[in-house]
Design a protein around this ligand. Structure first.
Ligand code: FES
Ligand SMILES: [Fe+2]
Length: 332
């Protein structure tokens, strides 16, 4: 199979020379379900500081007010100029949606019985901390673990081309993280994108892979990538060597409520090639292409995550019987 591919771009060292390197192509034997489960359990024990990704900061800034669900809580995100603030959308009196209230510069007046609240002051008890990382907006909920000052962010390339893809999945955050902790499926389940994939190193904290990405049919570029999880609801792929070194793909899973999860994937493409300056200039044209390839992969990965969810809940028959849709078939 190797000889069928035409590898272009930066050459990588032979994997045999990588310390502890393995050259075996990923397959069902190396994708040990118990190992994937153990890795997931390790990730789930990491602290999150009670931070959750709300979504893309650009998408959030389109409307002055927007309702979001996070971990079963109904939240109201309010934009004031360039700033955001967030409160519970439930009126403390009888739970009316504050989003339908009357807003002035400082206060919202509830539509049901006229209770008035200050919404953007950090002194008000209704205020929920937000963190704007430049691409994504995070909210901190009062939670069952020690809160951190800010989310646990990974290193990102400066001056990259960012694109954010979002999708609601019928599963829990664990199923999204689990999908990414199983890179062994890559070349089998997404042959249109990955021509070849080897997991050449596994450590306590990370998985290292060599991937041949299809540029066009047989023409591929090869990169070494690392998957690691900075918090229990995030998994990050970083290109360590090869074309696009330093680029990251962050996959964030935000529980909306039982059985529903918002996937937010941020790609920040980067390259040290001189031509990348031009790419940055035409980034509005490139962004839709990046989003298209993210959507293509997530059509399949959503099917994977949802099937794992339905199997664990003993309900894979449910959609099939009710809607004639086989859970796990990306074409269904
Ligand atoms: S529900 Fe808001 S004032 Fe009564
Ligand atoms: Fe995948």
């Amino acid at each position: 199979m190797k000889n069928d591919l035409l590898i272009v771009g930066k050459a990588l060292p032979s994997l045999d020379r990588v310390e502890g390197g393995r050259t075996k192509q990923a397959d069902w034997i190396s994708a040990d379900p118990q190992k994937i489960r153990n890795n997931l359990q390790k990730v789930l024990r990491k602290p999150s500081g009670n931070w959750y990704v709300l979504g893309s900061r650009n998408l959030c800034s389109r409307k002055p007010r927007e309702v979001h669900f996070v971990n079963g809580k109904e939240l109201l995100l309010i934009r004031k100029g360039d700033q955001f603030c967030c409160i519970s959308n439930l009126c403390p009196h009888m739970g009316a949606p504050l989003s339908i209230g009357r807003f002035d510069a400082e206060r919202v007046t509830c539509a049901w019985h006229g209770l008035s609240l200050e919404y953007c002051s950090t002194h008000t008890k209704h205020h929920l901390p937000l963190y704007d990382d430049g691409y994504l907006l995070w909210v901190q909920l009062p939670g069952g673990e020690p809160s951190s000052e800010r989310p646990y962010l990974c290193d990102r390339p400066a001056n990259g081309i960012g694109a954010v893809y979002q999708k609601v999945l019928r599963c829990t955050p664990e199923h999204i993280i689990q999908n990414r902790l199983d890179p062994w499926h890559g070349a089998h389940f997404h042959p249109h994108t990955f021509a070849r994939l080897q997991v050449f190193q596994e450590t306590e904290e990370a998985l290292f892979l060599r991937v041949a990405y299809r540029v066009w049919r047989r023409i591929c570029i090869e990169v070494d990538a690392r998957f690691h999880c900075p918090d229990p609801r995030t998994i990050v792929m970083t290109i360590m060597e090869g074309e696009g070194k330093g680029s990251v793909v962050e996959t964030h899973a935000t529980p909306l409520g039982p059985g529903y999860t918002l996937l937010t994937e941020l790609t920040i493409a980067h390259s040290d090639r001189p031509g990348f300056k031009v790419a940055r200039m035409i980034s509005p044209l490139l962004r839709p292409l990046i989003l298209l390839s993210m959507a293509r992969l997530w059509k399949e990965d959503a099917a994977y995550a949802e099937r794992r969810f339905y199997l664990e809940n003993d309900a894979s028959y449910q959609l099939y019987v009710e809607k004639g849709r086989l859970v796990g078939d990306p074409k269904a």
